[in-house]
Write a protein that binds this ligand. Sequence first.
Ligand SMILES: [Zn+2]
Length: 348
Amino acid sequence: MRKKQHIYRIIGIISLFLFVLITILPLTTFAALRPWEGVDWGQVSGWSRGSSSLNNKINNLDSDKVVDLPIPILFGVTPDNLYSSFGDPRSGGRTHEGLDIMAPRGAPVVSPTDAVVIRIGVGDTAGNYVYTANPGGETFAYMHLNEIADITEGDELSKGELIGYVGNTGNAAGGATHLHFEVRDNDVATDPFPRLTRIFPLADKIKYLKNILDNADNKTKLAENMVIMYRKELVSAQTLNIELPDSIIKALANKILISITRTLRIGSTGDDVKLLQTTLGISADGNFGPKTKAAVIAFQTSKGLTPDGVFGSMSYAALASVNGTLPAGCTPSTAFSTTTGIKCTAIL
Ligand SMILES: [Zn+2]
């Protein structure tokens, strides 16, 4: 009787050991081999291999990879703004397998090549993410998105089609908004930095933007956001006689929409900071930091003002008078319009 119980116990221990060996061990080994931003890459390959219609679409892509890629953020980022972060150490002993492109929340992310959407999801680390199959057997990944475009797995995307909008979801929460862009060749991550050598031509950008606006839930709001963030590029398109979408033209004409009505200084955040940054020709992230201060000092110096780096009434008046966009009945020194009685705000 005792002997029998003993044997059962041994069998139980052996079974438990086998259970651990079969289930848990491969999982940990798998995680160690693929320390990729919390996303199960094997699942992606498995899924794509499992669907012949998806494979057909992927096979329709060009067999040569696109070596020189346009930056996948539609406006406001040039190759000069990029720095390589591939291979940098990350928490948990991981290394960084992509490129972080800093951009304001809501910046449209578009596909730099024709592509097929192979996976969309939400990960603890990656946040909202999209993977695409790209020419030459490559796979691109877009992470920390604020919002994913209205796309589904299996969709064929043309170059310039919307992937989503920049954000800081996943483990980027609370940190600077940015796009984590990753390029994989046969599951092996490669550095995108040396390949992001160009931007889309301005006429193409506007064409892609028109398509994005046409498919947007709230076209007016999106157009307004684009004008707040990218007024300079949109105005230069207008100057070059590139036909702008109607909603953009309306938003550009809506001067009340965007204004600076308070003193801006280090630590200020918001749309008015974005507007100031756009006007000064620097990257518009809405956070008044050292770079914005330096740009304000340069502007003040050029106008003969005290270069204190604080954007107050004198700086605003100088900027507003340069642009000649004060409301009717207002001068830089009047608080209320002499014709309408409405508060004179800086309208830039
Ligand atoms: Zn990253």
